[in-house]
Design a protein around this ligand. Structure first.
Ligand SMILES: Nc1ncnc2c1ncn2[C@@H]1O[C@H](COP(=O)(O)OP(=O)(O)OP(=O)(O)O)[C@@H](O)[C@H]1O
Ligand SMILES: [Mg+2]
Length: 225
């Protein structure tokens, strides 16, 4: 599904070059559950942002199937991301001037009719126990509720790939469990690939593939050892 080849990323900070990712090679297949852990500053978010086509690598290539990503072709990659990749971050990042229902609808691709969009958005919110919150003010949602909206927003276009950067980082343990259970349910029902960056060891253990990022290099934990 995705191949990352010889990928490196440098940032320039005060005349000094910082090499955050070093020659990363990674193949990600369909229907995989991958967790990524590692110390703060190790490059986890940077790697996820590159896979999400939000940041251009300094060197190396990414293939989505046979398509070699051209980071210069912004319009194409924006469309590609919107249609194929679901993104979930530590904070829900909902649009506060819109209702939960509208936050989902605005993230949908343009192919569907408005009526279809509303139906789909409602059924997703129903799935996460937010039937009573379709039209509320998003600022009135609790952190856990807002994050559940963010999770289903990532699903509106039925992506093959869901990328989560510390999806429970801002939640208490009960809400954290609810979000993780939801991600596991999504994975069982939809057969998509999910990558979760986390500092939580228990969540890290859920990965069928467990990756450690240390000083910009990947170390995959061999489950068979
Ligand atoms: N846009 C940027 N400009 C300059 N340096 C950056 C930028 N983004 C990240 N970095 C640097 O790259 C390094 C890796 O950052 P990254 O956010 O990928 O780490 P992380 O593993 O996600 O850490 P955390 O666990 O704290 O989220 C850090 O030293 C950071 O300061
Ligand atoms: Mg990070």
């Amino acid at each position: 599904m995705i191949s990352v080849k010889n990928l490196s990323k440098e940032f320039n900070s005060q005349d000094e070059k910082q090499r955050v990712l070093k020659n990363i090679n990674l193949h990600i297949g369909y229907d995989e559950l991958i967790t990524i852990m590692g110390v703060s500053g190790g490059g986890k978010s940077t790697l996820l942002q590159i896979i999400a086509l939000l940041t251009e690598p300094t060197e190396g290539e990414i293939y989505y199937g046979d398509y070699k990503v051209d980071f210069k072709n912004e319009r194409y990659i924006n469309d590609y991301r919107r249609n194929n990749i679901g993104l979930i971050f530590q904070n829900a990042n909902l649009i506060s001037s819109l209702t939960p229902l509208e936050n989902l609808i605005i993230a949908m691709d343009t192919k569907r009719s408005y009526k279809e969009k509303v139906m789909k958005a409602k059924s997703l919110l129903d799935e996460v126990g937010l039937s009573k919150k379709y039209n509320c003010n998003v600022t009135s949602l609790s952190g856990g509720e807002a994050q559940r909206v963010a999770v289903v927003r990532a699903l509106v276009n039925d992506p093959d790939l869901i990328l989560c950067d510390e999806p429970t980082g801002a939640l208490d343990s009960q809400n954290s469990k609810r979000v993780i259970d939801l991600l596991m349910k999504i994975r069982n029902e939809r057969k998509c690939t999910i990558i979760i960056v986390t500092h939580d060891r228990e969540i890290g253990e859920l990965g069928e593939r467990k990756i450690q990022l240390r000083e910009g290099e990947i170390h995959e934990v061999d489950n068979h050892l």
